[in-house]
Design a protein around this ligand. Structure first.
Ligand code: NAG
Ligand code: NAG
Ligand code: NAG
Ligand code: NAG
Length: 328
């Protein structure tokens, strides 16, 4: 999630050279669902093995359950609690999810509003339930599953990772590191943002530092090696990691989707700086259903914080980026 201050930044950001190879930009993009009004936003998503997608809203406390094959039958899951926004979501065991909820207004994230919730889709009717309120949290954003009873959550304001036992609600600070912080004097009020644990590494982005990082982590949560910066120089929010460690991420106000290889090489795949095609991308996940393995689903803010040419925005949307031409 990028705060409203990104608006102020967009001019400066546009001038930063992103080290990309543009040779294969232009993958086909199809809109699956678009919201009705400017200022709306899909914030995060998780793809499901049945081909459907859970997409969260930051502007209202809702999770949209979308079937890309039949978007007219979208179900909206209301979060009935004292929260105004839903952020990161992750599957913790089959068809059971944990997600971050709290209040993110146009003034920013509200201290003391953040909670971890659960969503159970194993019954006919979706069930949501609060798991833990993290009073000291300042801005819970991304979430990753460490094991079926433990999630790791980013705190974008405090610049750290929380570890939460979702079976007891017990939480503690897992790791705080300069690579997760908002650098002093930064005009971007968002540090560590997206998080994913994959194949022995914890990957995270830092929005203010414009970086993608990782460190090795054992299955029991022990950190087994040092912090590594994979690449930097692009806007970033949440992302997907593929089995070989390649990362696919939308570049938020830079309006593109890029691929970062394990050696840090950056390649632009879709979108352009002055187009809303993937305008204000907030998160990306490859499909997990049949015939979706080369389709990257991307949620967007419609550039509401950083209108193109200073004026052009659109309602938030979920799009499918067809990467079959660029994925081996
Ligand atoms: C968060 O927003 C909800 C819904 O508007 C409200 O009921 C709740 O009091 C807010 N919490 C805080 C800490 O501001
Ligand atoms: C966690 O796993 C690491 C790596 O496999 C191992 O060295 C360590 O002893 C384990 N720690 C605990 C508390 O089990
Ligand atoms: C922004 O301005 C550029 C240059 O005038 C133009 O090519 C582009 O189409 C505009 N983009 C939008 C989304 O209006
Ligand atoms: C959103 O804002 C744009 C201007 O950036 C305007 O052209 C468009 O009609 C608005 N869309 C809606 C649904 O209000």
């Amino acid at each position: 999630m990028l705060q409203h201050i990104v608006t102020i930044l967009s001019a400066a950001v546009a001038a930063i050279a992103v080290p990309t190879d543009q040779s294969v930009s232009g993958a086909p993009i199809k809109t699956i669902v678009q919201l009705q009004q400017n200022g709306t936003q899909f914030e995060n998503l998780v793809t499901r093995t049945d081909g459907t997608i859970l997409a969260t809203r930051i502007d209202v406390p809702e999770i949209w359950w979308i079937d890309p094959a039949d978007p007219t039958h979208t179900r909206v899951i209301n979060i009935e609690g004292d929260v105004a926004s839903v952020l990161g979501i992750a599957e913790t065991s089959p068809n059971v999810y944990a997600f971050n909820a709290g209040n993110v207004t146009s003034q920013g994230a509200v201290d003391g509003s953040f909670q971890i919730w659960g969503l159970d889709l194993t019954h006919e009717k979706p069930q949501t339930y609060p798991i833990a309120r993290i009073d000291r949290a300042s801005f819970l954003n991304g979430i990753a599953t460490l094991d079926p009873k433990t999630v790791i959550v980013t705190d974008t304001n405090l610049g750290l990772l929380w570890k939460v036992d979702i079976s007891t609600g017990h939480y503690e600070i897992f790791l705080q590191d300069p690579s997760m912080a908002i650098p002093e004097g930064s005009s971007i009020p968002a540090g560590i943002n997206g998080v994913h644990i994959h194949n022995g590494y914890l990957y995270f982005t830092n929005t203010a530092q414009m970086s993608l990082n990782k460190f090795p982590i054992a299955k029991n949560g022990t950190i087994t090696g040092s912090m590594q910066r994979i690449a930097e120089g692009f806007m970033c929010d949440d992302f997907d990691v593929q089995p070989d460690g390649t990362v696919y991420l939308p570049t938020a106000a830079q309006n593109t989707v890029i691929r970062v290889s394990i050696d840090g090489r950056v390649q632009q795949l879709a979108g352009t700086a002055d187009s809303l095609a993937v305008g204000g991308g907030t998160a990306a996940q490859f499909g997990r259903g049949p015939h979706q393995k080369k389709t990257l689903f991307v949620t967007t803010s419609g550039d509401r914080f950083s209108p193109i040419n200073g004026t052009t925005m659109e309602p938030g949307k979920l799009v499918a980026v067809d990467l079959s031409a660029v994925i081996p």
